[in-house]
Write a protein that binds this ligand. Structure first.
Ligand code: HXC
Length: 522
């Protein structure tokens, strides 16, 4: 055998060895837990399973606590680039089979290098987390590594999309890398995230709780709002990543790809003419509007089980990738509370950062009243929606479906915060507050003078109707030019398609005072 052939044989052996990560026994254990290995996950992510691996031969250089004898190529993480749906992506997959995917100095250095590459060429970062956290044997070197990963997450924020998938443990300070990224997908039953685990919780508070009760996928998707998507298994989690990437540009300087969805842009939907009930206190299904207005089968909901009084998600309109924001009258009548404010504001900022037009459907009686909300800071949280919409420079199109009262009218993508195109359905009610509440204040004395309870109710009803007819009607708002048109609901899709095609080339010509950065009320 020639020496070159020998060298090649040797390289092949090393690569085979490297691909085993922490070894066959650990791979078997990983599979028994229902988890795939780092490389199996990457094969599912990248087109045709092909990718270019970086730093495959990196090893750690720790010496304490037997570390000199405990080495594996790759140091517990696979970093790579390749194509997803034909476009370049950088991916990081922690390899639990070597030392539980724990983060040491060199493990972190690989991650930081991969992120730097993604940032320098402007491609999304996908981070598949499966790790026992900071590598205990490496002390502060490990913490330095985490610090540098967080720093890169912040540098990449708003520049390239960052998607985190949690496919195993993610505990302690380690949670802050995913938390700094744009989307978190958690795998049901095999992943959890928390700052302090069950043992510390028991010691500190006497509470008995399992990992999954504390920070499993379902909890984070419905209660904390930390997770944006839940997947049944690793395979589905990767499918969600791929789907999500389809709606996004590679970086903040590009437009998202437009695709031909084959749906008629001028399709009318007569069903929508009857969707809003006669009785304004009755809810209806906002999803029916969304599904009928956007291109067929393109609505992709985000955080669907969290703060259900608001709906957010991606969709396509005439093939353009857009963001959808809507109130959901099925929950708290579509009121805005703390969680829905955070949900909407964060999404609006994401869409603005990545050049995705925002289409808003409004039906909200206002911000949710009560001590629980006030004491937890609805003022601070509600302000985020106002801030996010006002700051956004992407095309902003708004449809007022029914209620748009008070501060919530302004917050939900109103003309006054810079919306480019606002239309109302004839069912719209736009005013400082609901007609009943308004009548009770304006005509308080007159109402108090009526002794008979029934008579007073009747009078209130009459006065409320008068207020509704004169001020809460969309025709009053239209007369001021605050909305551009009152449209027949059936024509919503075609009107939005026309508007989107016009505003897609919008240039931001607003005066912006010089500053380092604004101060969104966090
Ligand atoms: C070094 C680790 C490790 C870690 C796991 N391993 N976590 N080695 N540092 N952080 C090793 C184990 O020793 C074991 O090695 C192998 O990985 C597999 O782990 P198992 O325990 O056998 O797996 P499992 O039963 O599935 O349990 C997984 C686990 C558990 C729940 C993650 O390993 C665990 O509790 N690890 C410690 C977690 C932790 O406290 N990390 C520090 C958190 S603080 P062998 O040799 O047996 O195969 C933190 C702060 C970050 O991360 C700060 C950033 C700012």
């Amino acid at each position: 055998m020639s020496s070159v052939r020998k060298e090649i044989e040797e390289l092949r052996k090393i690569i085979e060895q490297a691909k085993l990560g922490g070894g066959l026994e650990a791979i078997k254990k990983q599979h028994e837990q229902g988890k795939l290995t780092a490389r199996e996950r990457l094969e599912l992510l990248f087109d045709e399973g092909k990718y270019v691996e970086l730093d495959m031969l990196v090893t750690h250089r720790a010496t304490e606590f037997g570390m000199s004898e405990r080495k594996a190529y790759g140091d517990g993480v696979v970093t790579a680039f390749g194509r997803v749906n034909g476009r370049h992506v950088v991916a990081i997959a922690q390899d639990f089979t070597f030392m539980g995917g724990s983060v040491g100095e060199m493990h972190a250095a690989k991650i930081v290098k991969a992120m730097q590459i993604a940032l320098s060429v402007g491609v999304p970062i996908v981070f598949l987390n499966d790790s026992g956290g900071a590598r205990i044997q490496e002390g502060v070197d490990s913490l330095k590594g985490y610090g540098e990963i967080f720093y890169m997450n912040v540098m990449a924020s708003g520049s390239v999309p960052q998607i985190a998938v949690i496919m195993g443990p993610c505990a302690g300070g380690a949670v802050y890398s995913p938390a700094l990224m744009d989307f978190i997908i958690m795998v049901s039953k095999t992943s959890y995230m928390f700052i302090t685990g069950p043992r510390v919780v028991k010691a500190a508070l006497g509470e008995e709780v399992t990992e999954y009760e504390l920070g499993g996928a379902e909890i984070h998707a419905s209660k904390s709002g930390v997770a944006h998507f839940v997947a049944r298994d690793d395979r589905e989690a990767i499918e969600i990543v791929k789907k999500l990437l389809l709606y996004l540009p590679s970086n903040s300087l590009e437009l998202p790809p437009r695709i031909d969805t084959g749906d008629d842009p001028f399709r009318e939907e007569p069903y929508l003419n009857n969707i809003v009930p006669e009785d304004p206190s009755k809810p209806y299904n906002m999803y029916e509007i969304i599904l009928r207005v956007f291109d067929r089968d393109t609505f992709f909901e985000v955080q669907k089980d969290f703060a259900k009084n608001a709906i957010i998600g991606f969709a396509r309109l005439d093939g353009y990738s857009v963001c959808v924001v809507a109130n959901n009258p099925m929950f708290y009548m579509g009121s805005l509370d703390i969680d829905s404010s955070d949900k909407i504001a964060r999404f609006v900022r994401f869409c603005d950062a990545f050049n995705l037009p925002i289409i808003t459907f409004v039906d909200t009686p206002g911000f949710l009243p009560g001590t629980a909300q006030e004491h937890r800071g609805i003022i601070r949280h509600g302000a985020k929606i106002v801030y996010a919409y006002a700051e956004a420079t992407v095309p902003k199109l708004t449809v007022i479906v029914r209620k748009a009262y008070g501060g919530a009218y302004i917050a939900m993508g109103s003309r006054h915060l810079g919306a480019d195109f606002v239309v109302a359905w004839p069912t719209a009610e736009i005013a400082v507050m609901g007609p009943e509440a308004a009548a009770e204040i304006i005509w308080r004395k007159q109402l108090q003078s009526v002794q008979d309870e029934e008579e007073r109710k009747k009078l209130l009803q009459k006065l409320a109707e008068e207020y509704r007819a004169k001020l809460a009607t969309p025709y009053f708002t239209a007369s001021r030019g605050y909305i551009d048109a009152i449209i027949e609901p059936a024509q919503t899709r075609k009107v939005l398609v026309e508007a989107l095609n016009l505003f897609i080339t919008k240039r931001d010509v607003r005066f912006r005072p010089p500053k380092k950065h604004g101060l969104i009320p966090l």
